[in-house]
Design a protein around this ligand. Structure first.
Ligand code: ADP
Ligand code: MG
Length: 727
């Protein structure tokens, strides 16, 4: 296979030996010393802040108490000096708008000194609060309704850091983004609020278990990030990858992932160089990157850090995506974070490992050593079961995007049905609690347990079931439906709040039952566990989530099967969801409505971009290539006829049919695009889903069939095998 000039050029360039100079001296600069060097951490603050100021700030960081504004000027001055010593010239409030991306606007430290010179200045006010021009960020009507501007405010629980560039550095301050009237305009605010809600309810339950002085309960998250890496020379010649993040065209590679020879395979040298570069950058930012390996698909990889408190983990996750893209670029790669960059090849997800705990009790999803600890573990576990059953639609909604639609429901990612994998052992224990009255011990293979005589629950009980969207994996739950490109803030906030709500329900029930007397405590626990299993056990499913049978079984159990983002998003304003969010003071109805609207808009915007691109590439890139080949075949036919031969027109016929199909499908797509209107975002999204998405698919089908037949040297776009296999 030759390829056209552009492709030949790319492939030839890639055949040259890699010329990257080694960048790192791991001996002179060990990772332990590098770790956190670009973070304004408590450790650094301790050395540069007056003792009282440091104490006050540390208190805020550790307990979430409001920041004492009196110390802001001192902190700001120290932060500026530190940043300048690291080469920073500018600072920025980093925030997380509803687009799921990261937003920043840089300001320099320089202030004119009035005598023609300049000094560097950074006030407490500038540290605590910023006022970006908020009008161009999506707010779903909040700002127009309330006529409010937005401001950013420093989130003290997430440390400031230095972002390096080859030309200088920038001080980055993680912030929330709020309207002046108080409504959240970002993805961080609800996460912080949900962490507080979870803390309140989890502490209530712990108190009932007799822990009188309990420290703040937090959720923890460890996010496994999957991504594709392709060479930039191919990437830059694929307008679909550049503008839509996924290939809108591309026939399958003759070799795909079916040989299973990539997963955990030896890592390609150049890729490993990239991974080391990434790790170095992450270490400097204090991000505890830990695991790296090849994933299932060719060209697909994974990175996972050690877990951290949810808010920090979420910020670090977002930074990890930024670093992956940035470092890829300087290594001559493009890092694709889209959920489905290549049709017919595994997509990418982001497994969100989730647990809750505190300093005094440790991980509350960790089965204990004693019956008492185990009872507590079962209560927290039951709370999660109830939470997921009652809020399966919400969990589906917080992972809804047009990108993730390509993944959920395909035979490689969890299905769109939200269920829990508990593992046989734990399921049996829960079933035993339900069946106690009716069945005696160990009959029917069920272990019969009383709360006061619970057996030790083995630590790593559940085996690995890759088909479950929400799996218990020994001491944490793994939410696997999150898309590779998505912010984890939404999913994390949802998990916190649904768990908080169920813990509240359980605390109420136990308090009601015992009325202050410890005597009835065990009976009360048994009763609530039994009730939860009877009402919500239907959400537990340990089988193969990819099968047709599960689709039917799930329907019988009444579990929602929301196949697309358009079906899923309305759950955000479901009455029960709204009351839950309002009760726990995480988001108001107006805030939830605004989010739903923004996400529908995002859906429309991305499908619209894909549709326009498909039409344009189809018309101006693929169609011309196809007719050139068609012309060549036709000319050959005429030439042969002129000298008396007959020409087998089989190929010409096929090309002619496909060219017609391509033309017609492009015309139909253009009609579909023109048919969109200015109706509310939800209505428009439905139109895109029903009318535009299939039209995009039809153009692709014709184009991909042409790719299989048109002369290779005439094919204009880098092919799948090139992008996936040549590095
Ligand atoms: P696997 O691919 O086998 O599921 P990985 O090692 O790739 O596992 O990733 C597991 C992730 O789960 C890591 O980010 C890890 O830090 C995180 N994790 C481990 N224990 C907990 C916990 N208690 N709470 C939250 N996350 C956890
Ligand atoms: Mg993993």
């Amino acid at each position: 296979m030759n390829g056209n000039n552009v492709r030949v050029h790319a492939v030839t360039a890639l055949s040259e030996p890699c010329k990257l100079e080694p960048k790192f001296d791991f001996l002179g600069d060990p990772a332990t010393e590098l770790f956190g060097t670009n973070v304004f951490s408590l450790k650094i603050m301790k050395t540069c802040l007056p003792k009282a100021v440091f104490g006050s700030l540390k208190d805020t960081v550790e307990t979430g108490r409001p920041l004492d504004e009196g110390i802001a000027d001192v902190v700001a001055a120290a932060m500026k000096d530190w940043a300048i010593s690291k080469g920073a010239t500018h600072f920025t409030h980093v925030f997380y708008p509803l687009t799921g991306l990261t937003a920043e606007k840089h300001d320099s430290f320089l202030m004119p000194d009035g005598e023609g010179g300049a000094i560097s200045e950074f006030t407490g006010k500038a540290l605590i609060q910023g006022e970006p021009d908020a009008s161009s960020f999506p707010s779903g009507g909040i700002r127009t309704t309330f006529e409010a501007r937005g401001y950013t405010a420093w989130d003290v629980t997430s440390p400031a850091y230095i972002m390096e560039n080859y030309n200088g550095s920038t001080l980055c301050i993680p912030t929330v983004f709020i309207a002046w009237t108080g409504e959240a305009l970002d993805k961080k605010t609800p996460l912080l609020r949900s962490i507080q809600a979870l803390d309140r309810q989890a502490r209530r339950v712990l108190k009932l278990f007799g822990h009188d002085t309990v420290s703040m309960v937090m959720s923890f998250a460890g996010c496994e990030q999957e991504y594709f890496l392709i060479d930039r020379k191919f990437y830059n010649n694929r307008p679909d990858l550049v503008l839509a993040g996924r290939s809108l065209f591309g026939a399958p590679s003759p070799k795909g992932q079916e040989l299973d020879d990539h997963y955990f395979g030896a890592i390609n040298d150049r890729v490993q160089g990239f991974m080391m570069d990434v790790d170095r950058e992450l270490f400097k930012l204090g991000i505890p990157s830990r695991t790296r390996h090849n994933e299932v698909a060719p060209g697909q990889f994974e990175i996972a850090p050690l877990y951290e408190p949810a808010n920090l983990a979420a910020d670090h996750q977002q930074l990890t995506m930024t670093i992956l893209k940035k470092v890829a670029e300087r290594n001559g790669f493009a890092c694709l974070l889209h959920e489905k960059p290549f049709a017919g090849v595994n997509g990418s997800g982001k497994h969100l490992n989730f647990s809750i705990g505190n300093q005094s009790q440790g991980n509350l999803f960790d089965p204990g050593q004693t019956p008492h600890e185990n009872a507590q573990f079962l209560v927290f576990c039951a709370a999660m079961i109830r939470a997921v059953h009652l809020n399966a639609h919400l969990m589906r909604a917080v992972v809804a995007s047009s990108g993730n639609d390509h993944r959920l429901g395909a035979n490689e990612a969890p299905p769109a049905i939200i269920s829990i994998f508990l593992g046989e052992e734990l399921t049996n224990i829960f079933n035993g609690i339900v069946n106690k009255e009716r069945k005696s011990a160990r009959e029917n293979g069920i272990i019969n347990v009383g709360v006061d005589t619970l057996p030790a629950i083995p630590r790593d009980s559940g085996d690995r079931n890759r088909t479950s969207p929400f799996a218990f994996t020994g001491n944490r739950f793994e939410f696997r439906a999150v898309g590779s490109n998505q912010s984890v803030n939404g999913p994390l906030a949802a998990l916190n709040i649904i768990l908080a709500d169920s813990l509240e329900y359980i605390a109420d029930a136990i308090e009601n039952e015992t009325r202050g007397s410890q005597k009835n405590f065990n009976a009360a626990i048994r009763k609530i566990l039994k009730e939860i299993m009877e009402k919500h056990g239907a959400v537990i499913f340990n089988g193969d989530g990819y099968t047709e049978m599960w689709q039917k079984e799930a329907a019988k159990r009444g579990l929602p099967n929301l196949r697309t983002a358009v079906d899923a998003l309305p759950a955000l304003t479901d009455n029960d969801v709204v009351s839950m969010f309002e009760k726990h003071k995480v988001l108001s109805r107006a805030e939830l409505q605004s989010r739903e609207e923004v996400y529908f808009e995002q859906y429309c915007l991305s499908v619209n971009v894909e549709a326009n691109l498909t039409a344009k590439i189809g018309k101006t890139v693929i169609f011309p290539a196809a007719i050139r080949y068609q012309g060549e075949l036709a000319r050959t036919c005429a030439d042969l006829k002129a000298v008396g031969y007959t020409f087998d027109t089989n190929t010409l016929d096929k090309v002619t049919i496909l060219v017609k199909e391509l033309q017609d499908s492009i015309a139909a797509l253009e009609d579909a695009i023109a048919g969109k209107n200015t109706s509310p975002a939800a209505v428009q999204a439905k139109y895109f889903l029903d009318d535009v998405v299939p039209a995009v698919g039809n153009v692709r089908r014709a184009a991909d069939a042409l790719e299989e037949i048109v002369a290779d040297d005439m094919w204009p776009l880098p092919k799948y095998y090139e992008m996936l296999f040549i590095k």
